[in-house]
Design a protein around this ligand. Structure first.
Ligand SMILES: Nc1ncnc2c1ncn2[C@@H]1O[C@H](COP(=O)(O)OP(=O)(O)OP(=O)(O)O)[C@@H](O)[C@H]1O
Ligand SMILES: [Mg+2]
Length: 278
C-alpha cells in the first residue's frame, strides 16, 4: 500500500518514483539501491524497474548481462505494451533474504536501446504505463532507474510516475544536469504535450568528498538555489559504498564507518520520502 494513501482494498497502488538526472555517473542507481534496501527493511514490497539499457540496476540486484539473454525483459514488455510479458520478465532480487524477499526486479538489457527509435510511433509514449499499470497493485513502491538523457525512455517513466528524485554530485556539471531535469519535468508545455504528471520532490547530493572546498561550496549553493527541495544529508563518497555496488550487495552492508553513515543516511532520506521527516 502506498504509505501516503489511506488503507483500503480499492486504493492499493504502488507509489511510482523515478530516479533521474541529465548528468551521468551521479549516483542515480546507487541511490535507488539505498532506497530499495531501506524500504524493504521497513517491510514494504518494492519493484525495481530498470529502464536503463546499461542494465546497471539489474546487475547490482544480481543479474549479469548473459543471464538476461533469451528471456523477456522490460525491453520486450515495452515493445508490446504488455503486462503479461512484464510479469514473465519479473525476477527475484539476489541479495540476502533480509532485503531480497521484498524486492522484485524488472530487468533491462541492451535491447532496450531499440525502443528509443520507436519514439515517433503514435502512442509509443504510453507503452510503459500500459505494461506496468496492472502490476502496480502488487507493490508498495516502484522505483525506476533511468539513463542520463531527457529522451524517450525518461518520457516513458515520467508518464507512469508520481514522483521524481534527482541525485547529483556536488559539482557544477551535475548540478546543472539536475536543473535541466527539473526544468524538463516542470515545463508546462512538456507536462501538457508529453502527459507528465510527476513532480520533482527531492534532490539528493551524493558522493560528497570531505575537506574539498568546491564540494562544500556546491552543497551550500544547492541549498541556496533549491531550499528545502535538497534532502539532507548529502551522501558521502566512500570506497566501501562503491564496493557494495561493485559486488552487487545492498549499500547497507558497507563495512566500517561507511556502513554506519549510509545506514543512518538511508533512514533519514527514506523518512523524508515517506513524509515522516521532522
Ligand atoms: N556515495 C558514493 N560513494 C562511493 N562510490 C559511489 C557513491 N555513489 C556512487 N558511487 C559509485 O560511482 C559510480 C557511479 O554511480 P552510479 O552508477 O550509481 O551513477 P548513475 O548516475 O546511475 O550512472 P549512469 O548515469 O551511468 O546510470 C559507481 O561506480 C558507483 O558505485
Ligand atoms: Mg545508473
Amino acid at each position: 500500500m502506498n504509505a501516503q494513501q489511506p488503507a483500503g482494498p480499492d486504493v492499493r497502488r504502488a507509489r511510482v518514483t523515478v530516479l533521474a538526472n541529465h548528468k551521468g555517473g551521479v549516483g542515480k542507481t546507487f541511490l535507488l539501491m539505498v532506497m530499495a534496501a531501506e524500504l524493504a527493511m521497513r517491510g514494504f514490497k518494492i519493484l525495481v524497474v530498470d529502464l536503463d539499457p546499461q542494465g546497471n540496476a539489474s546487475r547490482r540486484l544480481g543479474y549479469a548481462e548473459f543471464e538476461l539473454e533469451n528471456r523477456p525483459t522490460i525491453a520486450e514488455a515495452v515493445a508490446e505494451s504488455s503486462p503479461d510479458i512484464a510479469r514473465q520478465a519479473l525476477l527475484p532480487c539476489q541479495w540476502e533474504p533480509e532485503w531480497a524477499e521484498r524486492i522484485s526486479l524488472l530487468p533491462s538489457r541492451i535491447e532496450l536501446e531499440n525502443r528509443v527509435s520507436e519514439a515517433g510511433v503514435p502512442g509509443s509514449w504510453m507503452r510503459l504505463e500500459d505494461a506496468l499499470n496492472p502490476l502496480l497493485d502488487d507493490y508498495d513502491h516502484v522505483l525506476i532507474d533511468t539513463q542520463p538523457t531527457l529522451g524517450h525512455l525518461l518520457h516513458l517513466a515520467l508518464v507512469l510516475a508520481d514522483d521524481v528524485i534527482t541525485p547529483a554530485v556536488p559539482e557544477y556539471d551535475a548540478v546543472r544536469g539536475a536543473q535541466r531535469l527539473i526544468d524538463f519535468v516542470g515545463s508546462p508545455k512538456n507536462r501538457r504535450s508529453l502527459g507528465i504528471h510527476a513532480t520533482v520532490i527531492g534532490i539528493v547530493l551524493n558522493a560528497k568528498r570531505a575537506n574539498v572546498a568546491t564540494h562544500e561550496g556546491r552543497v551550500e549553493k544547492a541549498v541556496e538555489q533549491w531550499g528545502d527541495l535538497v534532502w539532507q544529508p548529502a551522501l558521502p563518497l566512500r570506497a566501501p559504498l562503491h564496493d557494495t555496488q561493485e559486488f552487487a550487495e545492498p549499500p547497507h552492508t558497507a563495512t566500517g564507518e561507511a556502513g554506519t553513515v549510509i545506514r543512518q543516511a538511508a533512514k533519514t532520506l527514506v523518512d523524508r520520502y515517506l513524509g515522516k521527516a521532522a
